[in-house]
Design a protein around this ligand. Structure first.
Ligand SMILES: *[C@@H]1O[C@H](CO)[C@@H](O)[C@H](O)[C@H]1NC(C)=O
Ligand SMILES: *[C@@H]1O[C@H](CO)[C@@H](O)[C@H](O)[C@H]1NC(C)=O
Ligand SMILES: CC(=O)N[C@H]1CO[C@H](CO)[C@@H](O)[C@@H]1O
Length: 360
């Protein structure tokens, strides 16, 4: 079904108005729970027309924000102390603290322990992040926002109110709440002694950015905060870009040093590795990692970080060059087909299978 843009706009407008009336009429009642149940189900659909409408409502209207606030509230009730048990990692003078937020999302606090200056990546739940800042006794100097979706950017404004000098970084193409410092590809950011480099990695959204904490500035391995671009054994859905765009973004990650630590935005490791086993049943690295992750998840432990080296071994989204993967998918490069084009086709097929595997 191909609708012209204006008709989509009309549909959205009508849907929004209807939805608002319903929200106000039935606030806090059983009908409202029914209503939000329907909203959640619509949001998790992947069929094109319905999904597009839901996505537009989520990203462009107040309804999206209300949906997010509700998720935060429900997640706090369900997991008063977070969905997973996390352990801070210390590398020389840097402390990285994963903060479990919502049901399976992570924010990260990154602290320069010599100056107590801190940055936070994707503060989805401002209260959780604030509690963590107080516990660590550090000053929030910057928010590094990977993209506009509420489950990554929803806490920006709340934290900015509490920390007025805090800068908010992100890409201007994404509509990031409270943005103060718009970034372009390869811009650097300094927070205390920490040096970050931002990479423009569109595909999941048009302005998605990832942040690399430079290992040289801390005399250790670099750390990549990858938002919804790369997960342990997975990648984000291509909401606002095609496979060629996404492939270029993933290639930027694959080009990083092997020992770079990967800190993704979600705890999806177990699901993702099950999917990886389906597409590449004979991948030994992935089998071993799955055993490790199963053990960790049994104790409800956080599975991050992995390394770029590991990801290149088992993450099917970073393996579009791999002959074994091509064979497993039954895909072949056609004569005169450009290598990048072929790899984009492979990536698209992996993504398609993953969407069918479990609507993420
Ligand atoms: C993918 O998107 C990019 C950027 O929008 C565009 O330049 C390119 O032509 C698209 N490629 C395909 C195969 O549609
Ligand atoms: C996996 O290995 C088995 C046994 O060695 C082989 O029969 C099968 O074809 C392989 N599968 C793939 C997808 O490579
Ligand atoms: C991508 C995404 O939204 N991930 C999860 C973050 O947390 C929310 C709320 O709990 C989940 O519904 C999302 O699936």
């Amino acid at each position: 079904m191909a609708l012209p843009d204006w008709s989509m706009f009309l549909v959205c407008f009508a849907a929004c108005s209807g939805v608002f009336c319903l929200c106000f009429r039935y606030r806090g009642t059983r009908r409202s729970r029914w209503f939000w149940g329907v909203v959640s189900r619509v949001m998790s659909r992947t069929e094109k027309p319905l999904f597009r409408i839901a996505y537009t409502l989520y990203t462009r209207t107040k309804l999206g924000y209300m949906f997010y606030k509700r998720q935060v509230r429900k997640a706090r009730e369900r997991f008063p102390s977070g969905h997973s048990t996390v352990q801070p990692t210390t590398i020389n003078n840097v402390k990285i603290v994963p903060i479990p937020v919502l049901t399976d999302n992570y924010s990260y606090l990154i602290i320069d322990t010599t100056s107590n200056a801190a940055a936070v990546v994707d503060p989805a739940d401002p209260e959780m992040v604030q509690a963590c800042l107080e516990q660590e006794g550090v000053t929030l100097e910057a928010i590094l926002c990977t993209h506009k979706h509420w489950d990554h950017s929803g806490g920006n404004k709340g934290l900015k109110r509490l920390h007025s000098s805090c800068r908010v970084y992100g890409n201007a193409m994404d509509n990031i709440p409270g943005l103060t410092n718009p970034l372009s590809d390869k811009d650097s950011i300094e927070i205390g002694r920490l040096r970050f480099q931002a990479f423009f990695t569109p595909g999941h959204t048009v302005g998605h950015m990832v942040y690399l904490l430079d290992g040289k500035s801390i005399d250790g391995p670099s750390s990549l905060f990858s938002g919804d671009l790369v997960f342990l054994s997975g990648c984000g859905r291509m909401f606002e870009g095609n496979a060629t765009t996404m492939l270029a973004s993933l290639d930027a990650v694959a080009a990083l040093a092997d020992e770079t630590l990967l800190w993704p935005g979600h705890e999806y490791a177990e699901d993702n590795l099950m999917f990886a086993a389906e597409v590449e049943p004979n991948n030994t690295a992935q089998k071993n990692k799955f055993q490790q992750v199963l053990q960790q998840r049994e104790g409800n432990m956080c599975t991050c970080p992995s390394t770029i080296r590991e990801e290149k071994e088992y993450n099917p989204f970073l393996r579009s060059h791999s002959t074994e993967l091509h064979q497993a998918l039954g895909l072949q490069q056609e004569i005169e087909e450009d290598w990048i084009k072929f790899r984009a086709r492979v990536l698209e097929e992996v993504r398609r299978r993953k969407d069918a595997f479990k609507g993420r």
